[in-house]
Design a protein around this ligand. Structure first.
Ligand SMILES: [Zn+2]
Length: 635
């Protein structure tokens, strides 16, 4: 089953999936529950109509996804409680709710909600999770009622043979339409997985489908079929394609290897997929080298074909009665290490440096022809999801209404602080916006003050303006040369204050608008502390200042409130349903039109386990009183 997490196999057209011969598509209940939500499926007549998919769909229960959120979930007898990554709200997934959701999605095969634990847990924990899974299995059956959708039970028990047997016996007592082996591919060795699979399939009835969840490479499939498994789902064909890795009849091929650059042959001479019929390895390598997203799509398409072809071939050999010959012949061929051409070691970092894609602690990553800056120390990518120029425009330029504000006559310039210059996406968005206005419309000067401790990111981006199009302007080079750029008319000024923002903020005029866009709490933690926000609140106390930031973190909002800001919901940005605006008391006193957080947020915060602002000292509770007694909540 190709994995269609969000009702689509990432990067692949449904036509191509149909063409690959896939009979069943897997979709993830957890993700679809959060977005687009059950109401839409009900309105549109289920997932088949929604994505125009004429064949079968299997939905998982959400158990595995909840297992992958160890820090934001809470397992109880009635169900699992977790925080939505879409809007940070609390969601409860019970066996009944999972089945209800899968009914709304309208899949052909539903899965019971189970409790998945790492393969390495102690026996007592494994037993507890297994027993809960058994109780939930019965509740799932009850919840199915008269639905014609098939329902599969799941065997748990970590890597304990006796627990696995006990679980398989208990689950097969119940009237399920098929049985899955869950809790594998979560930290056990290959040998443990294979032993465990054999233990369970020995107990499962022969006349119902057996499904090994989340496994694996082509060789894993061969070994599991040998042990009696019928069905699989795995993300590897498409996820490894993104790294340039293909599964072929001659083993793995890693297109990152220089040896393939001039190879005129197809990925797999034995394959009849669109990719292998039409493209040479050399061309696929070239697409990768030029960051063309077709590289991932074409290799992924081949991998899907290869997996499905392998399953068809295995079935033919079983039916023909010569499975064992096939199995022994394939064991060392499938998924063999890539041994094509001379042995060269991949030196990605050296290559990036040679291409000038790296400077200091930063490097450029390119997706869809748009460059982004990665901090190699933390691994964090700035604006990893959104187009940086688009986010700069909507989150900072439009929300701050800066274009309207420079149209109002004022002797004082409008001052913007740009905290975290990075590749200058936000500052240039502001400058471009004002420059796009008719000159006579600008009646107030604009002064942008950028703060940045490490200018390597801007230097780096300026070398590659084909991916950082907003930098095709005289201003950034001028700014780096002399820390100041002034427009020809003098109505636009851009200043750079290099160094530590906490120090340099005292050297700048007090702002009207702040674009607060440093790296995250993890990478730039000093800028997100209660102490840092208190200093800012004090600086802004005599001015109507609005500060815009991309996060909607509960603890950051608490820190802003505790520091004396008023806090409002900001606009959505990419996958984030909302962002945050902090207002100085004077800004709140003017008509601001912002949606301040209300009592319902306070209640949510009081129940949250992320209440404390970053940097709050142990034993000091003044911040707690400052939040609960904040005038914003009318107390
Ligand atoms: Zn192919």
């Amino acid at each position: 089953m190709p994995v269609g997490t969000h009702a689509s196999v990432r990067g692949q057209r449904r036509e191509d999936i149909l063409d690959s011969g896939a009979q069943v598509l897997l979709a993830n209940t957890y993700h679809l529950l959060l977005r687009p939500g059950p109401e839409l499926f009900e309105k549109l007549g289920g997932i088949h109509a929604f994505m125009n998919w004429p064949r079968s769909v299997l939905t998982d229960s959400g158990g595995f996804q909840i297992f992958s959120l160890p820090n934001s979930r809470n397992m109880r007898e009635d169900g699992a409680e977790f925080l939505s990554y879409v809007d940070n709200s609390t969601v409860c997934l019970s066996p009944e709710r999972s089945i209800a959701m899968q009914k709304s999605i309208g899949s052909d095969i539903m899965m019971v909600l189970d409790q998945c634990v790492p393969a390495t847990v102690d026996r007592a924990t494994a037993r507890q999770a297994m027993e809960l899974t058994h109780r939930w299995a019965q509740r799932s059956l009850d919840a199915r009622g008269e639905s014609p959708q098939a329902l599969f039970g799941i065997v748990q028990g970590a890597c304990y043979t006796d627990l696995r047997i006990e679980s398989a016996r208990a689950i097969t007592q119940l009237p399920f339409d098929g049985f899955a082996i869950g809790g594998l591919a979560v930290g056990e060795s290959v040998a443990e997985r294979e032993d465990c699979t054999a233990t369970v399939t020995d107990v499962l009835p022969a006349d119902k489908p057996r499904y090994l969840m989340g496994v694996g490479t082509t060789r894993d499939l061969l070994e599991a079929v040998h042990r009696g498994v019928d069905m699989f789902d795995c993300i590897l064909p498409t996820s490894l394609a993104a790294q340039g890795v293909a599964f072929t009849s001659q083993g793995r091929r890693d297109l990152r290897r220089a040896a393939y650059r001039g190879n005129e042959g197809p990925l797999d001479p034995g394959c009849r997929c669109t990719t292998c019929r039409n493209y040479s390895i050399a061309y696929l390598c070239h697409l990768r080298a030029t960051y063309d997203s077709q590289a991932t799509q074409l290799v992924g398409l081949h991998n899907l074909h290869f997996y499905l072809q392998l399953m068809r071939t295995m079935r033919q050999h079983i039916l023909a009665g010569n499975w064992l010959e096939f199995y022994h012949a394939q064991r060392d061929v499938l998924d063999a290490r890539d041994s094509y051409g001379p042995k060269t070691r991949l030196r990605t970092q050296a290559i990036r440096k040679a291409l000038n894609l790296k400077k200091g602690r930063y490097e450029i990553v390119v997706r869809d022809d748009i460059g982004r800056i990665r901090d190699t120390v933390s691994g964090e990518v700035m604006h990893s999801v959104n187009d940086p120029a688009e986010e700069a425009r909507s989150l900072y330029v439009e929300q701050s209404r800066l274009m309207q504000r420079v149209q109002l006559t004022d002797a004082e310039p409008l001052v913007i602080w740009d905290v975290g210059l990075g590749a200058a996406a936000n500052a240039m968005a502001a400058i471009n916006a004002v420059e796009s206005m008719p000159a006579e419309a600008q009646r107030r000067r604009l002064q942008v003050v950028s703060f940045e401790s490490d200018l390597d990111s801007l230097h780096l981006a300026l070398r590659h303006t084909r991916w950082f199009k907003h930098l095709r302007h005289a201003a950034p080079n001028r700014l780096l040369a002399s820390n100041r750029w002034l427009s020809a008319t003098g109505s636009l000024e851009w200043l750079l204050l290099p160094g530590d923002f906490m120090q340099r903020k005292h050297d700048a005029p007090v702002p009207d608008i702040v674009f607060f866009d440093p790296f995250s709490l993890k990478t730039d933690s000093a800028l997100w502390t209660l102490h840092a926000f208190r200093e800012l609140a004090e600086l802004f106390q005599h001015k109507a200042t609005e500060m815009f930031t991309y996060t909607y973190s509960t603890s950051v909002r608490a820190a802003l409130l505790a520091a004396g800001f008023f806090v409002a919901r900001g606009c959505a940005a990419g996958p984030k349903g909302e962002t945050t605006i902090a207002l100085s008391p004077l800004a709140t006193a003017l008509p601001h039109g912002r949606e301040l957080l209300g009592a319902e947020w306070l209640t949510k915060w009081q129940r949250s386990d992320a209440q404390a602002p970053l940097g709050a000292a142990d034993g000091d509770d003044t911040w707690r009183n400052a939040v609960t007694g904040h005038p914003q909540f009318g107390i």
